[in-house]
Design a binder for this molecule. Structure first.
Ligand code: PLP
Length: 433
């Protein structure tokens, strides 16, 4: 398997290099050269495969000989360790629960797989690997737990001060060991900009082995394609048009779905569900791409003003608006509507959905109005208890907090406050690694 940069399609690197570097030198994004098709018999008989077996078939086909099969099996057995069940709301509307991992968000899939695969490619290396990650909420917790105590790795998490929930913050700042947290006096986009700049800095890169754990890393994207197959398997309907509805921020999750589709999963359509940060829905409607600073919403893990995976989406569609807008419909849902969506799902289906899932639910209802025959699988990207305040207020009822989250409340936060300026951040890195 070889990968190119979205900014230079004629120069290639191997999988190990793409995963360790995270970003190409030209500041584009790594993309696999080919997306080989899975066999028809696999696609048509998904029900005969366990989730781990699906993960193995998909990654084996994509990586094609890059990682020996036994090693790949081990990576999967260590990372895909919890289920992704679908729940039925009605006979056209399904919820794919992606929150059964340690940090209660879908990002556990990518983070755990990436930790295993990085540690695989890092074998025998003397210099420790420093993983930089910017988070708008959920990435940090997933990456921290995915890498915790992984030999040869150190993790530095940058998060925007005051813009993540108390429990999200605890997920990043209480683990200790090889995990450090930097609290940035700015927005998520500022955090992301600091990380990007670090990768372009010669001095830093000559002294520290830096790599990235954001959704820009191809190792996070690949495992996110597994659960599209897993959901399709559970629905087991090869006749109806199936639409996947993806609550989106940096657009990594939907890109993984597009990869599953490219590899042969018969997905009819995608709905990109966004909050007020509607840059991609606006593009899908008008053809104009206008990134701008993010605004804060109830679904804060999607508060992204310049989605990094958009370059990959464009690449997948040959940089043609027409192709992309035929396959993906975009909807923007505001906070007032999101609250009503949480309430409606609770009252109508007795199901407690989180604000991100509610954005997806409403986007699907809007899409269904013009496409009444489609079945929709809404990706429920986080457990509702991660956003307990807004959810309890809306449904007017207490919700259960899973124990793995509840125990965090009493743990002590440890973080370092930094500004949005690059030089102090660089100095901190050089001093500490
Ligand atoms: C990260 C996140 C998203 C957005 O996913 P992208 O891959 O960045 O589009 C949506 N919901 C939740 C709960 C998240 O944590």
């Amino acid at each position: 398997m070889r990968l190119y940069s979205t900014k230079n399609t004629s120069s290639f690197v191997g999988l190990g290099e793409a995963i360790m570097k995270g970003l190409p030198n030209d500041n584009g994004l790594f993309m696999p050269e080919h997306f080989p098709k899975l066999s028809e018999s696999f696609i048509n008989n998904l029900k005969d495969y366990s989730f781990q077996e699906i993960a193995f078939e998909v990654s084996k086909t994509l990586f094609q000989g890059t990682i020996p099969e036994n090693d790949l099996k081990e990576i999967i057995e260590k990372s895909i360790t919890f289920p992704a069940p679908i729940q039925t709301l009605d006979n056209q509307t399904y919820v794919l629960e992606l929150f059964h991992g340690p940090s209660l968000a879908f990002k556990d899939f990518g983070a755990r797989f990436m930790a295993q695969i990085m540690s695989y490619f890092n074998r025998g290396n003397e210099k420790e690997l420093v993983i930089l990650v910017a988070t708008s909420g959920d990435t940090g917790g997933a990456v921290a737990s995915g890498f915790l105590k992984t030999p040869g790795t150190k993790v530095v998490i940058l998060y925007p001060k005051g813009k993540v929930s108390m429990l999200q913050e605890k997920q990043l700042t209480t683990l200790g060991h090889n995990i450090s947290a930097l609290e940035v006096e700015g927005t998520f986009d500022d955090c992301q900009a600091l990380v990007k700049q670090a990768f372009l800095d010669d001095k830093l890169n000559s002294q520290i082995r830096l790599t990235s754990a954001n959704s820009i890393n191809i190792a996070r994207l690949v495992p996110q394609s597994f659960y599209y197959f897993e959901a399709f398997k559970q629905l087991n309907d090869y006749k109806s048009p199936i639409t996947f509805v993806v609550p989106s921020g940096n657009y990594g999750n939907i890109t993984a779905g597009l990869i599953a589709q490219k590899m042969g999963l018969p997905i009819a359509h995608f709905v990109a569900a966004s909050n007020a940060n509607d840059i991609v829905p606006h593009y899908l409607c008008t053809g104009n791409y206008n990134p701008r600073p993010s605004v804060r919403t109830l679904s804060n893990a999607m508060d992204v003003g310049n989605p990094s995976n958009f370059a990959r989406m464009q690449d997948l569609f040959g940089f043609t608006w027409n192709n992309m807008s035929k396959n993906i419909s975009g909807y923007s849902i505001n906070d007032e509507a999101t609250k009503l969506g949480i309430k409606e799902v609770f009252e109508k289906y007795n199901y407690i959905i989180d604000p991100h899932g509610a954005v997806g639910y409403l986007a699907f209802k809007a899409y269904q109005k013009i496409n009444p025959d489609t079945k929709g699988i809404i990706l429920e990207t986080a457990h509702p208890s991660k956003f307990i305040d807004s959810v309890e207020e809306v449904i007017n009822q207490k919700i259960d907090i899973p124990e793995r989250l509840a125990i965090l409340a009493d743990k002590k936060k440890e973080s370092v406050l930094i500004s949005t300026k690059f030089d102090p951040f660089k100095k901190w890195l050089l001093e500490n690694y």
